[in-house]
Design a protein around this ligand. Sequence first.
Ligand code: UTP
Length: 277
Amino acid sequence: LMIHKCLFPVAGYGTRFLPATKSSPKEMLPVVNKPLIEYAVQEAVDAGLTRIGFVTGRGKRAIEDHFDKNYELEDQIRGTGKEDLIQPTRDLIDACEFSYTRQKEMKGLGHAILTGETLIGDEPFAVVLADDLCIADGDGVLMQMVKLFRQFRCSIVAVEEVPDDHIHQYGVVAGEPLKDGVYRITDMIEKPSKDEAPSNLGIIGRYILTPDIFDQLRETPPGKNGELQITDALKKQAQEGCVLAYRFKGRRFDCGSIDGFVDATNHCYDKFYKNGF
Ligand code: UTP
């Protein structure tokens, strides 16, 4: 039971980032000089997941071009110091196999994941939402989750403590503690009000899913906002078997929002770039 594949749902419109996202994908927004999606693919590769699947939509072609060669550009910079800037991207391209499928209608994250079934098949896989940028010292967040999966072999969602006034933006879990930072989920609610929320643990954009999630998704009716919610399918999985919530080590920035994006930019500038760009 090894995990090889990572699915990136990137079909969303990114309306909170208009006008930047009018004709280019949210996932290509750069944090300093690197697009969000490259941080995310790097995190997957660092966790040993090199079979990369994208669920894309209209207007997302820049992502495909990013993970491909650009002969004219590379010819232009050959032998100059600029090659160093693109080498990490080349290394990712060499390390990975990329495949793509398109979500024809934006019917929610659950629907996007179900659309990705054709790229995943019948094996456990990771899901990363690239607009949640995770920075950790030591193991990346996905690597931490892969290690946990090897031990428990069930679906896992990454969670963090969310302040009361933001809880309505998250899927929220209730669980029993299993060990340090690991909970067995007993209930989950998508975007609850402050009063409905069963805890302050909100789900962020990192999942490991066992492939029976696809059948669960097929049987799940549309939920909050009329969208097919991954939270609803996971709740059934939790009730019939086991789903874990994992309080990951590291920092996560919600780069789908302006405030989170600016925080991420400042953080990454200080951490990675200030002293040797
Ligand atoms: P968000 O809720 O952040 O939506 O989706 P969004 O459309 O990207 O952004 P806003 O709210 O309009 O600003 C969470 C993740 O799920 C993907 C998005 O691409 C994002 O990574 N998604 C969502 C899909 O791929 N398909 C969908 O139908 C919905």
